[in-house]
Design a protein around this ligand. Structure first.
Ligand SMILES: Nc1ncnc2c1ncn2[C@@H]1O[C@H](COP(=O)(O)OP(=O)(O)OP(=O)(O)O)[C@@H](O)[C@H]1O
Length: 302
């Protein structure tokens, strides 16, 4: 039954030029240097296992596709456009940047840069210019559903989507679009824009971080800047996270980054008040519990 279905297709091994050759996938992989980016992703970003797995799978697919092409095997060009869904601060922009490097190293885009554009950057007849800038790289559109706006603005925004779709068609292979935003709003946006939805082949969901992951992200951010948490500060930071995640404007890792800046400022003021006393390196490095517990978050009724 299956052979009948495929009758007429030259899908036999012998039909491939160089069929006897063995492919050294390891060497192909090493040459692409994609492993380095995946390792960096693993090292620099806490948690996000489903995202890391999805990126690894996309990279594997593209590597195999490239290897097949090198051997002259036919296959349709892979769809490279992507959608990243998740709440604010879950790492979508950060991963999009890494994705741009992966696509570049595998030869799917010429330069590997990323242009981040919001609705304001794209409206007012500017879509073409933005696309020109993105050529050779990735066009990252955060909160893409704002392109689908209230009736009064519909003309402007539908023009953006039309221009984008035209460019995705006519300039295929020249740039990659990554649209990002909240999962439910993106789903509605895709429903309303089937033309765009049908051109996006890769969907990656970014989960919220657990409190433990947020703690590890904070510790990593501090260590990168040569700070450390004093013994009692660890507990204070955990309490901070517990409260922070309950705020309506909580934005995952971004809130943690802001918190760290806040702690650093308080530490600086605490040390400044000790003017005249000698300061040890460890003093300059240490965030104490007091630097955290003075946060407004502990005063607000939560
Ligand atoms: N898993 C992680 N480990 C370490 N740092 C992280 C992680 N996720 C995000 N960050 C850091 O948190 C900050 C916010 O991340 P990013 O801007 O990528 O989020 P986003 O999902 O694009 O947010 P938004 O949708 O609001 O733009 C960045 O400084 C990023 O490096």
């Amino acid at each position: 039954m299956r052979t009948e279905l495929f009758a007429g297709c030259s899908s036999s091994v012998a039909a491939v030029a160089g069929a006897g050759e063995a492919v050294d996938l390891q060497a192909e992989y090493a040459r692409s240097a994609v492993q380095a980016i995946l390792d960096e992703l693993e090292r620099d970003l806490v948690g996000m296992q489903p995202v890391k797995t999805a990126i690894r799978e996309i990279a594997a697919f593209l590597l195999i596709d490239r290897t097949r092409r090198k051997l002259g095997m036919t296959s349709e060009a892979p769809g490279l456009h992507m959608s990243f869904t998740g709440k604010p601060g879950t790492g979508k922009t950060t991963v999009a940047l890494r994705m741009a490097s992966i696509l570049h190293r595998l030869g799917y885009i010429q330069k590997g840069h990323m242009i981040a554009a919001s609705r304001t950057d794209l409206t007012g007849g500017r879509t073409g210019q933005v696309i020109d800038k993105a050529v050779g790289g990735v066009l990252f559109i955060d909160e893409a559903y704002y392109l689908h706006q209230a009736a009064g603005e519909r003309d402007q925004t539908s023009e953006v989507i039309e221009t984008l779709l035209q460019a995705m068609e006519n300039r295929r292979g020249e740039f990659v679009v990554i649209v990002a935003g909240y999962k439910d709003r993106m789903a509605r946006f895709f429903d309303a824009n089937p033309g765009l939805a049908s051109r996006i082949d890769n969907h990656v969901a970014f989960p919220d971080y657990t409190d433990e992951e947020l703690f590890a992200i904070g510790a990593l951010m501090l260590a990168r800047q040569q700070y450390r948490l004093g013994a009692a500060a660890e507990e204070a930071f955990r309490r901070y996270i517990e409260r922070c995640t309950r705020l309506t404007y909580f934005a995952n890792a971004r809130s943690i980054r802001n918190a760290i800046d806040e702690f650093r400022k308080r530490q600086a003021n605490r040390l400044f008040a000790r003017m005249g006393e000698p300061l040890a390196v460890v003093d300059l490095m240490t965030i104490e519990a007091a630097d955290i517990l003075a946060s407004r978050i502990f005063k607000a009724y939560l």
